[in-house]
Design a protein around this ligand. Sequence first.
Ligand code: NAP
Length: 256
Amino acid sequence: MAAATRLISRLTLVTGGGSGIGRAVCQRLASEGASVVVADISEESANETLGILRSDLKGQGHMAAVVDVSSKESITKLVTNIQTRYFQPPSVCVNAAGITQDDFLLSMTEEQFDRVIQVNLKGSFLVTQAVAQALVACGAPKGSIVTVGSIVGKVGNIGQVNYAASKAGVEGLTRTAAKELSRFGIRCNCVLPGFISTPMTDKVPEKVITKMKSLVPMGRMGESAEVADVCAFLASDDSRYITGASIEVTGGLFMG
Ligand code: NAP
């Protein structure tokens, strides 16, 4: 099916949809015909994304929603609101909400460690569980859950012991979910970005960015849209025989 229409009549949920990679995913899914629920902890940024989504394709209706992915209560409310509005759960979910709180292992506080695990790892668990439960309960024939991990979950990164652990965790979570949910027609995959220009990496000092770029075989940072393209592929039936996989989007950084 042509990429331009392959998501028509699919209801999709994107966490972290207010910024960076999540916003680019919302744009890409909408451009392929999906209805998109833009979920973010910031109402303002979720609404900003909502305002730039294509909405002229068959049956499209988007919404913005506030959610804190680290809170089960907040996610339950979100999934209920979605089902009230659309009379169905999302059959595509992209977990893109994520945070960093960097520090060296020797000085990282317990709070810094816990918060990053709560948002990145527990958040992915809670959203994946809630969406899968809703899909199974209504007997939906298929679903695709995509979680944005990171290449640093595989190779580690100085100053990111909490973040690297959370991102290694989402890969294990995803592979397990893939094994358990295959019999319900739900596929679960990860996308592992390398260094992508977003508000998250805007915080990284220029010196470090220059060094990182020199390590990337393709010689540049990636764009959010380049990660979004892979998320859209995994969301669509073009990847119908792919589950439990992690696809690196790194310009070759840290390849085997
Ligand atoms: P970003 O621009 O900071 O976007 C992340 C979004 O998630 C923000 O809108 C953020 O809101 C939201 N968020 C934070 N905590 C949340 C919570 N508890 N519940 C709901 N939403 C929450 O970062 P990004 O670079 O696009 O990152 C997107 C994903 O890609 C993350 O999982 C990140 O770890 C991953 N990733 C990024 C890179 C990269 O190089 N950029 C590389 C590898 C992986 P606030 O801004 O209000 O906090």
